[in-house]
Design a protein around this ligand. Structure first.
Ligand SMILES: Nc1ncnc2c1ncn2[C@@H]1O[C@H](COP(=O)(O)OP(=O)(O)O)[C@@H](O)[C@H]1O
Ligand SMILES: [Mg+2]
Length: 323
């Protein structure tokens, strides 16, 4: 099932012109027949913080690995920063920073010395200006004070930030982060989120994957939802919320009468509470109908659909699950 959001579809022309990442029918079938990514059309607008959201095993890492040219797609094509890949890899990849799976840092070296090793391995990096690059990157991720500490003494949040620092040794237009907050405690998660926000404010496009809705909701401007290898929705946060209708919730001493007067499909009764999806009905008219029918209404609330509702509707399962 592919749901194309009308609002997102309407935005396609501008997105195509100014997209940091596009894919067209991008597909990956692993040897052995497993279809990990089932032909997706992704559009990551330039300047966005794009949350690539989906349960574990839904194809996020496989997609990201294809985007970065780490594995070859079975079919389909993609562009990075407006240039076709892999043709333009040599020009484009230097502008793309990435954190995919934990980078291999040396536990007994300091954060700074680890970055020095990464920098030295970059053929394009001028060794004479290495110190400035390394200190700049450490500063940017808030690790300047801990620069001389050994990596093994770093918290998980610090390790993850060092990984991002390594991706930021060169100026980047696009940063691709695969589950950057995976395994982090709330403090580490906040650190990474603040860092992403800061980068976005500087104009860097950030594509980050996550299986945690709460993560994406707090920092992202756009979201794409993966489910079983398919991109089941993408758009701005508001566009996604708009796909699910608000719910009305009533507290009454006569739920049966309320259900009759509501006339909404699939009402849910729980003790004195009745709730139902509003659809295109106006809440004022629903309330008037209840009063007109003499239903004793104690409380009447209209709740906008949360993103959680949207994702459950799209994927048939909740998020924040490792499955
Ligand atoms: N190298 C591989 N060989 C075979 N199957 C793979 C390989 N890598 C991933 N998969 C499978 O592809 C699917 C998507 O995996 P992945 O992209 O890692 O999902 P996610 O990052 O969303 O958790 C999973 O079913 C996974 O088992
Ligand atoms: Mg993954």
């Amino acid at each position: 099932m592919t749901i194309t959001l009308p609002a997102a579809a309407a935005a396609v022309p501008t997105v195509e012109v100014d997209a940091a990442v596009t894919t067209s029918g991008l597909e990956k079938r692993f040897r052995g027949g497993q279809l990990a990514v089932a032909g997706i059309d992704l559009a990551v607008p330039h300047g966005s913080v794009f949350g690539f959201l989906g349960p574990n095993g839904s194809g996020k890492t496989t997609t990201i690995r294809m985007l970065l040219g780490l594995i070859a797609p079975t079919s389909g094509s993609h562009t990075l920063l407006g240039r076709p890949m892999p043709g333009a890899a040599a020009e484009v990849l230097p502008l793309v920073g990435a954190l995919v799976e934990g980078p291999a840092f040396h536990p007994y070296l300091s954060g700074r010395d680890n970055l020095a090793r990464v920098d030295a391995a970059d053929r394009r990096a001028d060794p004479r200006t290495a110190a400035a690059r390394i200190d700049g990157a450490l500063d940017r991720v808030g690790l300047a004070a801990a620069a001389r500490k050994r990596y093994r003494a770093y918290s998980l949040g610090m390790r993850q930030r060092l990984g991002i620092a390594a991706a930021l040794l060169q100026p980047r237009e696009l940063l691709v982060l695969d589950e950057p907050t995976n395994g982090l405690d709330p403090q580490g998660t906040r650190e990474v989120r603040t860092l992403i926000q800061g980068l976005a404010d500087e104009g860097v496009t950030v594509l980050l994957s996550s299986h945690l809705l709460s993560e994406v909701e707090q920092v992202c401007t756009h979201v794409g939802v993966m489910h079983a290898g398919r991109l089941v929705a993408q758009g701005t946060m508001d566009e996604l919320r708009g796909t699910q209708s608000a719910r009305v919730r009533i507290e009454t001493t006569d739920p049966a009468a309320a259900v009759r007067a509501l006339g909404l499909p699939d009402p849910h009764v729980d003790g004195r509470h009745v709730s139902a999806v509003l659809g295109d009905r106006e809440p004022e008219k629903v309330l008037a109908a209840l009063v007109h029918a003499g239903v004793p209404v104690r409380q009447f609330t209209v709740a906008a659909a949360g993103l959680e509702d949207v994702f459950v509707a799209l994927t048939g399962e909740g998020f924040d699950v490792s499955g």
